[in-house]
Design a protein around this ligand. Structure first.
Ligand code: CTP
Ligand code: MG
Length: 199
């Protein structure tokens, strides 16, 4: 669970904001625990000594999301066969989505991403309107064969998600249904919706 961002667009470290009585990170830790043998929580460096009883390990993140995932991956035991990466910024519990990711990994997928249709009309910045049906929006949790994710992160590479890095080292990415309510908290207004969804 990566939670080492600074929340620039939110205006605060959003991962410690409360939603329905618990911190944003606790929602994701609870769901991740239900679906895995161990959970690594990646937090800002000055919070790495916090007592986080819902995580099996707590490590300091880096200056980018990819660097934070690498820090977390370093704390995943070598014998782990699969690793799921989840953004703490997506707190709404979605066991259905986690189950779909796990099932695809169980069926042999190298990399799995939950996707949803794009609802806005899309335009190229320097072009024209594009055919929206050719695109999907990508969410987390994203699941990987451990060797694939380690290879994807072997170098100091950067991308907005891990599937892009896995693809760059030749992995095939499998899509499973995400959920429109698996929202990412970016601005304070998103918190209002998350409150309602978590309730
Ligand atoms: N993240 C991280 N380490 C970073 C940057 C991001 O672990 N250096 C995590 C965030 O905590 C979040 C997820 O990656 O759970 C997705 O990032 P985002 O929504 O962009 O969060 P922030 O980077 O905190 O927000 P902003 O980009 O507005 O600063
Ligand atoms: Mg960010």
């Amino acid at each position: 669970v990566v939670a080492a961002g600074s929340g620039e667009r939110f205006g605060d470290r959003k991962q410690y904001q409360r939603i329905g009585g618990r911190r944003m990170i606790d929602w994701s830790l609870a769901t991740a625990s239900d679906f895995s043998a161990g959970v690594v929580l990646v937090v800002p460096a000055d919070r790495a000594t916090d007592d986080e009883s819902n995580a099996d390990a707590v490590v300091a993140g880096g200056s980018s999301r990819s660097a934070s995932v690498r820090a977390g991956l370093d704390a995943v035991p070598a014998q782990a066969t699969h690793v799921v990466v989840h953004d703490a910024a997506r707190p709404v519990p979605h066991p259905d989505v986690w189950r779909a990711v796990m099932d695809a990994l169980g069926a042999g997928a190298e990399a799995v991403v939950p996707v949803v249709p794009v609802t806005d009309t899309l335009r190229e910045v320097d072009g024209t309107t594009v055919d929206r049906s050719r695109f999907v929006a990508v969410q987390t949790p994203q699941g990987f064969r451990a060797d694939v994710l380690r290879k994807a992160h072997a170098a100091d590479v950067e991308a907005t998600d891990d599937a892009a890095l896995a693809e760059a080292v030749g992995a095939t990415v499998t899509c499973v249904p995400g959920s429109a309510s698996n929202i990412k908290i970016t601005t304070p207004a998103d918190l209002i919706l998350a409150e309602a969804l978590c309730r």
